[in-house]
Design a protein around this ligand. Structure first.
Ligand code: FAD
Ligand code: SF4
Ligand code: SF4
Length: 474
């Protein structure tokens, strides 16, 4: 079994990428897949560890370690090495509902704790996963499951993000009659209208949604539960209601002038850009030749940088409230590394500027507007003291700004939305004991756990479905 010396013979390779200069001319995926021989060699690096941390799905110090889906990583790697791609795919599909999503966007928690990474480089598990699912589609191994024995129970799922979709798939396979309600015009949640096209091309989502439709799941778009259809109606028509609405309430920027035109929330900006691309319409927010400032230093801010670069912004600056992360990792294996990373979008903006666009220990003090439209911002330096950020006096600095994009994270569900579901909130979380229709309602994904990852949302959707299946003993 396997190739015991693969990790000594072959270095880990990362997929080649289209040059920044070229790739920012469009919104296409810029990763170049391996050829088959390279893919097999990469898979052969897996040591088939006795204790495979990669698939452990543990939580250490409140952080996820290993694949939350517990994908059978050593087995699939080995089967790829042996050239048994179909068998490898059969292992993958046992636990991974949509490997084409995770294979593109997962931060690969599995790789962070791979044993090979203790004193070398991790096995490229994510690339293996994407290779397998694309082989499966190419070779027609994925067929809609239309031979499902129905159990007569009806479930409404509110929200079509990864948690709603994985929950729907599991319930549908178990015989439930599933209808997904989505307020947007397209299915996919943040996969569709958050994560930009260059990270996940949208035809990949449509391909899977078409399969789910063929399997019997019904999708109702442009319908907001609580507004276009009432809770009473849902309760009357369905045996179970699953809320998978994500986190709609963005953390606001609180300072003078923050209500000026041109101050945008990141998800609104990213959603409009993807919608413009798919609808082939002009950009709603046209960043061409504009000075763009992005507040926040996480993955969402990075996606905004990449999007602004593709819209030919004149300048892109990222303002981060925290310290600059260390250049070398400070946490021991198997934790997810803590070090400064430069993801694709920031790398592109750095390339355009010719230096690092990130300014640390800084926040916005005031938005300056002219005729109601942002023209600049005053920033200020801050430091973290006794559990909070405090201002450093006399550090105000003026920057020209035409668009200020807020990417400061999310605070959960808005009170307004919660009220429309007849739910009560407690410090941004739902109070489970006070649901009006307690016995019929479940919550999953980011709506339950707060802002997280696609892979976590997928697992939570499956867990939620399993609870319902257990309840009806089907
Ligand atoms: C910009 C951005 C980039 C990200 N990049 C990554 C990444 O690269 N990798 C990664 O792993 N994670 C990433 N994430 C996080 C990831 O996208 C989320 O954790 C995940 O999508 C959560 O899934 P979900 O199903 O819980 O909710 P969501 O994906 O938020 O889906 C919720 C859905 O519910 C719908 N909805 C809400 N209310 C109603 C209602 N009342 N009626 C009907 N429909 C409703 C919404 O329109 C939405 O479609 C990113 C997040 C953002 C914002
Ligand atoms: S889903 Fe993510 S964590 Fe799990 S095996 Fe795939 S890349 Fe790794
Ligand atoms: S930890 Fe790494 S080397 Fe070990 S089984 Fe998992 S992927 Fe293979």
């Amino acid at each position: 079994m396997g190739k015991p010396t693969g990790f000594m013979e072959f270095d880990r390779l990362d997929k080649k990428e289209v040059d920044i200069k070229e790739r920012i001319k469009n919104f296409n995926d810029f990763h170049i897949p391996f050829d088959i021989e390279t893919q097999i060699n990469q898979a052969s690096r897996c040591m088939n560890c006795g204790i495979p941390f990669c698939q452990s799905a543990m939580t250490i110090n409140s952080r996820k370690v290993g694949c939350p889906l517990s994908n059978l990583i050593p087995e699939t790697n080995d089967l790829i090495y042996l050239g048994l791609f179909h068998e490898a795919y059969k292992r993958l599909e046992k636990t991974a509902p949509f490997p084409e999503f995770t294979g593109n966007v997962c931060p690969a928690l599995c790789e962070a704790c791979c044993t090979c990474s203790i004193n070398g480089k991790a096995v490229g598990v994510k690339a293996n996963e994407l290779f397998l699912i694309e082989e499966a589609f190419k070779n027609g191994w994925i067929k809609p499951n239309t031979n499902i024995k129905r159990n007569g129970k009806k479930v409404a799922i509110v929200g079509s993000g990864p948690s709603g979709l994985s929950c729907a798939k599991a319930l549908n396979n178990a015989g439930f009659d599933v209808t997904i309600y989505e307020k947007n015009d397209r299915i996919g949640g943040l996969l569709m209208y958050g994560i930009p096209n260059m990270k996940l091309e949208k035809h990949i989502i449509d391909r899977r949604v078409n399969l789910l439709k063929e399997e019997g799941i019904k999708f109702i778009t442009n319908t907001k539960v609580g507004k276009d259809i009432s809770m009473d109606e849902l309760v009357k028509n369905y045996d179970e209601i699953v809320f998978a609405c994500g986190t709609s309430k963005a953390r606001p920027l609180v300072c003078n002038g923050s209500d000026a035109k041109g101050v945008l929330y990141a998800v609104d900006f990213l959603r409009e850009t993807t919608k413009n691309l798919l609808d082939k319409t002009d950009f709603t927010y046209n960043l061409k030749d504009k000075n763009v400032i992005i507040v926040g230093g996480g993955d969402t801010a990075n996606d905004c940088c990449g999007t602004a670069a593709r819209e030919n912004a004149k300048s892109i600056t990222e303002i981060e409230i925290t310290d600059e992360p260390p250049l070398e990792n400070t946490v021991p294996w198997p934790n997810y590394p803590n070090k400064k990373k430069t993801d694709y979008g920031v790398a592109e903006a750095n390339y355009l500027k010719g230096s690092d666009i990130r300014i640390y220990n800084t926040t916005i003090d005031e938005v300056v507007a002219k005729d109601g439209k942002v023209v600049g911002v005053y920033t200020k330096k801050v430091k973290f003291e006794k559990g909070r950020f405090v201002d450093i006096p006399n550090t105000r600095n003026y920057l020209d700004c035409d668009y200020l994009i807020i990417a400061m994270g999310f605070l959960g569900t808005s009170e307004e939305d919660a009220n429309s579901y007849n739910m009560t909130m407690n410090r941004n979380r739902f109070n489970l004991n006070k649901f009006s229709y307690n016995d019929k309602i479940s919550i999953c994904g980011d709506m339950k756990n707060g802002q997280s990852l696609v892979v976590v949302a997928l697992k939570d959707g499956i867990d939620c479905a399993n609870e319902i299946i257990k309840k009806y003993n089907v």
